[in-house]
Write a protein that binds this ligand. Structure first.
Ligand code: SAH
Ligand code: SF4
Ligand code: F3S
Length: 465
């Protein structure tokens, strides 16, 4: 099958790992990895750290003392790209002090030719760049740089393949990402992802199940199944399967853990999938369903393939006999051609659905996407005014919903001591609401029950039961 990186290629990379470890192992070499973007990038970075560790590097949070510096970039909005440029920019200084420092830039941004060219021409101290499809080749890139090889700018593969078996060093011992598929076929007109992560490809069900089982065995309490549109999981596999089947198989695994899907596309949200979500207390407490806009006209221009009626139908199904579910969504404000009426329609949906929280974004034109060259781009000032109004409306709703939890008991997964107060612990509910409580025992990584005593827009406060 063409979908998977061959065993011989993986063996070659393993040889590079061994050769690098023989060269630098035990010599106190350090690596620093900076991650921008979504959970998929977080998951990719855990593989980067896994491979670097195998190669003999020790991880450091201090970029100034690192021998290898990697920036895993995001291209979703201009702001993310600007941040990456500024981070890579300050690395110049480290290379000037120590010419042996190896600097690599990877991720979605470097899968774009114009960005690759920019790093090549304007950032002379960058050793290599590679896109997400070449992640498994990091050992080769590092080894070549160590040996004084030429600067290298990997051209993104047209049809990237899945690499199984890469070492993962997870950032948490109780919350884990599990990629179930890569890429995206949907080409929403505003979005860069299909251009930088290639077409959809699913991991084999047996590989996903084995990873989930292993995590549960090791005591992981929250597992998030990742994909740009997990609802189309399995459609590309020779033995056709589906997200509902995958959920069904996972439901057979014994253990106490929460399971999330990130992200579902409303156009492919089947009744079976929704029933599977509602069927298990592991999944029934939270669902993230990106809406993007409340106007059918804008949804069509976005190429989303659903209308408001269909979307609200899914929300109703999710809530039926399951009214306590936490619902979250993504909204884009200021898409080209968005009129005041279109924007009002989005506000109306927000008020009607009453999401617990919303990830809202100001539309950012992405080079090469259809929306970037659409007429009627919305002036920055109007985008910002609408965005501010949107946040005001949603913040009031989030606060009201949070306040309605006062007096109730919620189950949370403890994250550790709060940064600002040593006595206070921070935790999150199944629906990702932040809950603070006082405690004299460290319960990090455990489920506990907390009675809510106070609430504001973004936080809940309570007493441990
Ligand atoms: N695959 C996921 C989304 C991944 S990107 C899905 O379809 O739901 C996360 C969010 O970023 C999107 O849901 C969208 O709201 C936002 N986004 C994507 N492209 C954007 C752009 N060009 N400008 C602003 N926000 C954007
Ligand atoms: Fe982007 Fe749409 Fe794919 Fe999500 S489904 S990654 S928004 S193209
Ligand atoms: Fe960014 Fe790539 Fe994720 S563009 S949002 S890191 S898929």
């Amino acid at each position: 099958m063409g979908n998977f990186v061959s065993a011989s290629e993986l063996k070659t990379q393993n040889e590079y790992i061994k050769k690098t470890a023989a060269l630098i192992g035990g010599r106190g070499k350090r690596a620093f990895v900076f991650t921008l973007g979504c959970q998929q990038n977080e998951a990719d970075s855990e593989k980067i750290v896994g491979m670097l560790t195998q190669m003999g590097y020790t991880m450091t949070d201090n970029e100034e003392i690192a021998d290898v510096l990697i920036v895993n970039t995001c291209a979703i909005r201009e702001h993310a790209e600007k941040r990456a440029l500024s981070i890579v920019g300050r690395f110049k200084h480290y290379k000037a002090k120590n010419p042996d420092v190896i600097i690599g830039v990877c991720g979605c941004m470097t899968a774009q030719e114009h960005r690759r060219e920019h790093f090549k021409r304007s950032y002379h101290y960058v050793n290599f760049t590679f896109g997400t499809g070449a992640l498994h080749r990091l050992p080769e890139f590092i080894y070549n740089a160590l040996m004084g090889g030429k600067r290298y700018f990997d051209k993104d593969a047209q049809t990237p393949e899945i690499a199984e078996g890469i070492e993962i060093t997870r950032a948490s011992t109780y919350r884990a990402w599990v990629s179930i598929m890569y890429g995206c076929n949907n080409f929403c007109t505003y979005c860069i992802v299909p251009y930088v992560r290639g077409r959809e490809r699913s991991r084999k069900m047996e590989d996903v199940i084995a990873e989930v089982k292993d995590l549960v065995k090791r005591g992981y309490r929250e597992i998030t199944l990742l994909g740009q549109n997990v609802n189309s999981y399995g459609k590309d596999l020779p033995e056709k399967t589906s997200i509902s089947e995958l959920l069904h198989e996972i439901s057979k695994i014994e253990g106490d853990f929460w399971l999330h899907l990130m992200t579902s596309h409303p156009k492919d949200a089947s009744s079976e999938m929704i029933e599977a979500i509602k069927d298990s207390p592991r999944t029934s407490g939270h669902f993230h369903l990106p809406l993007q806009s409340g106007s059918d006209e804008i949804l069509t221009k976005m190429n989303r393939h659903y209308d408001l009626e269909k979307y609200l139908g899914i929300i109703n199904k999710l809530r039926k006999d399951n009214e306590n579910i936490t619902l979250t969504t993504d909204i884009i404000v200021g898409f080209p051609g968005e009129s005041d009426e279109d924007f009002e329609k989005t506000l109306d949906v927000i008020k009607k659905v009453r999401y617990d929280s919303v990830f809202s974004f100001i539309y950012s034109p992405r080079k090469g996407t259809p929306a970037a060259s659409m007429e009627n781009q919305i002036p920055e000032e109007i985008k910002h005014t609408r965005y501010d109004e949107f946040c005001r409306v949603q913040n009031d709703i989030s606060k009201e919903i949070n306040e309605s939890l006062i007096g109730k008991t919620v189950r949370v997964l403890v994250d550790g001591k709060s940064k600002s107060n040593e006595q206070v612990y921070t935790s999150r509910t199944q629906g990702n609401k932040i809950v603070h409580f006082e405690c004299d025992k460290d319960l990090t990584g455990n489920f506990i029950n907390v009675k809510i005593t106070r609430a504001d827009t973004f936080n809940l406060f309570g007493e441990i039961i």
